[in-house]
Design a protein around this ligand. Structure first.
Ligand code: HEL
Length: 426
């Protein structure tokens, strides 16, 4: 939903004031809305503002972003946009470097942390069903799991628990770290133990600090409350009702079934050969990042979510109530959901993903009328991820006059590093 300039000012002023005060304000569509003006006593002669037309996607811009991902080292990249004008897909490069198979937008791939949004939907459905409440301590449902009774379910979903991310030391050396877990099968408890062996990063609720450990605990909650593996919950509650035939959770199976993209991991040392990382258990992530999907299925998922097909209005309000993740004023996190504010004022909701060999973006507008998914088949190469992020500007903000393209898009979005590349995480 494009913001009017008035609403942008209100939201930005709220954010600036809150950031200056050192607090993270929560904004949602309803929370951010300005107060209704008093009923005017005299005739209002203000002309009714013309609604801003929805920009058509700039598919040349999308291809330029995909090509930029390749120029920065990805073997291939693809994007699929779905909107009122229909579906438009683009693919560049290869999905298999050895036999040169071209990238194909119908292919499956590993979506990394976009899985967190799937896990959140399942957990919020359980909240709707009265099986748990967001502000209850996690230990109510998993007695004795966490060393602090103040950590709530909402703290997990907002990355405000303070549980350290065990993947930071695990993948400090990229290729040895990956090879040490490629075929490992972890129990959830082992992953929680890895996190608890590290110092906690914040007091519960105090600040945002992204951690895979939060969504491992979300997986444990789902399994405890349903009495079934998370795979069953994804299947019954999301994949099947939305007919997501390319989407699966096959942990600890290492292969991607059917037509798929091969993923290539960049080693830390420049010049070392790429590592084919397609086959792995993703056991180090599980409910935090082990889902496999395709561009069409991701568009269907984010669109259905935003259109209210998966959650009640109250749960959607909770999920889209966001706080900033950095000081740019353009990036926010709700419950297992990111919001990016683009240069044209469009706000898009979804998630990003990084799993060895794959970068993913999956976002929709709040009304679900426009959706974009994009992927590149390499990782540990921040410039690829940043370039791929350019697909969002092109798809949701459309073609801009040349001068505006150079100044606004570069300043407001394209030049921003991906969160993984921000100093906080390294
Ligand atoms: S990191 C993120 C992204 N999230 C988080 C999660 C996911 N992915 C991971 O935690 C993977 C970590 C290792 C990735 C690996 C690579 O690039 O393939 N990097 C290294 O080994 C570096 N030494 C916050 C970026 C998200 O967008 O939410 O997905």
């Amino acid at each position: 939903m494009p913001l009017t300039s008035h609403r942008r000012l209100v939201v930005n002023a709220t954010l600036i004031a809150a950031l200056a005060a050192g607090v993270a304000p929560a904004t949602s569509a309803s929370a951010a809305a300005p107060q209704a003006p008093a009923v005017p006593q005299t005739a209002d002669t203000t002309p009714t503002p013309t609604p801003t037309p929805t920009p058509a996607p700039d598919m040349e811009g999308v291809v330029a972003a995909l090509n930029a991902a390749m120029a920065n080292g990805a073997p291939g990249a693809m994007a699929r946009f779905s909107g009122p004008g229909g579906v438009q897909s683009r693919a560049v490069g290869v999905r298999d470097r050895v036999n040169g198979t071209p990238m194909d937008v119908r292919s499956r791939f590993r979506i990394g942390s976009v899985s967190k949004t799937f896990s959140t939907v399942v957990l919020l459905q359980l909240v709707q069903e009265g099986r748990l409440t967001l502000d209850s301590p996690v230990n109510t449902y998993l007695p004795g799991l966490l060393p602090d009774d103040r950590i709530t379910v909402r703290h997990l979903l907002t990355h405000r628990s303070g549980l350290a991310d065990y993947t930071d030391p695990m993948f400090a050396n990229t290729v040895p770290g990956f090879e040490s877990v490629r075929n490992r099968v972890f129990g959830y408890q082992e992953l929680v133990d890895l996190s608890l062996a590290l110092p906690r990063t914040t007091e519960p609720g105090v600040s945002y600090k992204y951690s895979n450990a939060n969504f491992v605990v979300v997986g444990m909650l789902i399994e405890k409350l349903t009495g079934r593996p998370v795979a069953d919950a994804y299947q019954r509650r999301i994949f099947k009702p939305l007919k997501l035939r390319d989407t699966s959770y096959v942990h600890p199976e290492t292969r991607i079934a059917g037509r798929h993209v091969r993923g290539y991991l960049y080693p830390d040392a420049a010049g070392d050969p790429l590592v084919d990382s397609t086959e792995q258990t993703v056991s180090w992530a599980q409910s935090a990042g082990a889902v496999i999907s395709s561009p069409a299925d991701l568009n269907t998922f984010t669109k259905a979510l935003m259109r209210g097909r998966l959650l009640s209005p109250a749960m959607m309000d909770a999920m889209t109530t966001v706080t900033p993740t950095d000081a740019t004023g353009t990036r926010f996190y709700g419950l297992g959901l990111r919001r990016y504010d683009l240069s044209c004022g469009a706000q898009v909701y979804g998630h990003t993903g990084t799993v060895q060999g794959f970068y993913t973006y999956a976002f929709s507008t709040r009304d679900g009328r426009r959706s974009l998914s994009a992927m590149a088949n390499s990782s540990n190469r921040g410039a690829v991820n940043t370039a791929l992020g350019g697909t969002l500007e092109a798809a949701f903000c459309g073609k801009k006059p040349a001068a505006a393209t150079a100044s606004r898009a570069d300043r407001d979005f394209s030049s921003l590093p991906a969160e993984r590349d921000l100093p906080e995480r390294h």
